[in-house]
Design a protein around this ligand. Structure first.
Ligand code: PEP
Ligand code: MG
Length: 322
């Protein structure tokens, strides 16, 4: 089975009716690039940069970050490399001096909230990213956005980093795209403010499910309630995909759902064209894409999106594969 999958490495992920799908990789750092190349991913859909400093006491400085970002960009010439700004907090807590006690860390100072509270740290990361942008096709992605002013503050910091680099005569890609993650229900329900300000969106289903269903994704006692097929979750994902399409904004999914073959046909039928996942899942998902007929799937999935009983949704999703 493994070797059969391996033979798919160089087969383009195209559906039976000729639609090209992008299968991108999630990585934690340059160490993952060998695996990304081994499966010939179409690019990086999520580089979780917080792994640069999880488990250590000091923050990586601008040069150390620049080196890490550059090495990933250089490894994939011509392919999109989406680097996410730090998503610290919650299940990715910091050590030492940066640690804070929070009674509800998932609802606390995490991700973009943390970055905006530490503007010097954020600016350092943005400078490192912009400097690296000359080495490939960089896209910068911001996690956990919920408010328009968070985007505006982030974009203002990007402008500040650019102005500093220009003054220092340091080159960067003027056209680097800035996108946001949709992982808070409020964001999926008020997409207009994101669509107007950003160049692309990526749905973080891990957090979107956690926050929609009020299930701590790291609490064993409630994992049985964590369900990607809950009708509320599907409505938020489907709405984000259709709004993105209406505004001509590319949308990807980079949560675990994108790497689970049980959901590939459903997501394709909902309109998803960009899947980002652990590189170890790419060939298995490609196998699903190769057998999909979008013209046939789309109307069936539209009916699933109208269902309001989880058991019926689950049965219908299983039948998509039959
Ligand atoms: C997500 O929330 O789905 C996601 C991709 O981000 P992370 O798992 O790093 O929170
Ligand atoms: Mg997340």
């Amino acid at each position: 089975e493994r070797s059969k999958l391996k033979r798919l490495r160089d087969t383009p992920p195209t559906t039976l009716d000729g639609e090209e799908i992008a299968l991108l990789a999630n990585i934690e750092g340059p160490k993952d690039m060998a695996q990304v190349k081994a499966v010939n991913a179409d690019g990086i859909g999520l580089y979780r940069t917080e792994f640069l400093f999880i488990g250590r006491d000091t923050l990586p400085d601008e040069d150390e970050q620049y080196e890490a970002y550059r090495s990933v960009l250089k490894a994939l010439p011509g392919k999109p490399v989406t680097i996410r700004t730090f998503d610290v907090g919650a299940d990715k807590a910091l050590n030492g001096a940066h640690a804070r006690f929070e009674p509800n860390p998932a609802l606390g100072l995490r991700a973009v909230r943390y970055s905006l509270a530490e503007p010097k740290m954020f600016l350092t990361q943005l400078r490192a990213l912009l400097r690296a942008s000359v080495h490939g096709k960089l896209r910068i992605m911001v996690p956990m956005l919920a408010h328009a002013h968070e985007i505006d503050q982030t974009l203002a910091l990007v402008d500040k980093a650019k102005a500093e680099l220009r003054a220092e005569k340091v080159k960067f890609d003027e056209g680097v795209q800035i996108g946001g993650m949709i992982e808070v229900p409020a964001a999926a329900l008020a997409l207009g403010m994101f669509v107007r300000r950003l160049s692309f969106l990526s749905i973080g289903t891990n957090d979107l499910i956690q926050y929609t269903l009020a299930i701590d994704r790291s609490d064993e006692a409630v994992v049985h309630l964590y369900d990607p097929l809950h009708p509320a979750v599907l409505k938020l994902i489907g709405g984000t995909l259709s709004t993105g399409a209406r505004f001509g904004l590319p949308v990807s999914v980079c949560g675990e759902m994108a790497g689970d073959p049980a959901y590939t046909l459903l997501l394709l039928g909902m309109g998803l064209r960009n899947f980002s996942m652990h590189p170890g899942h790419i060939l298995e998902i490609k196998q699903q894409v190769l057998r999909a007929d979008l013209g046939e799937l789309a109307p069936r999935v539209q009916r699933i999106l109208k269902m309001d009983e989880q058991a019926r949704v689950r049965e219908a999703v299983e039948r998509l594969a039959g």
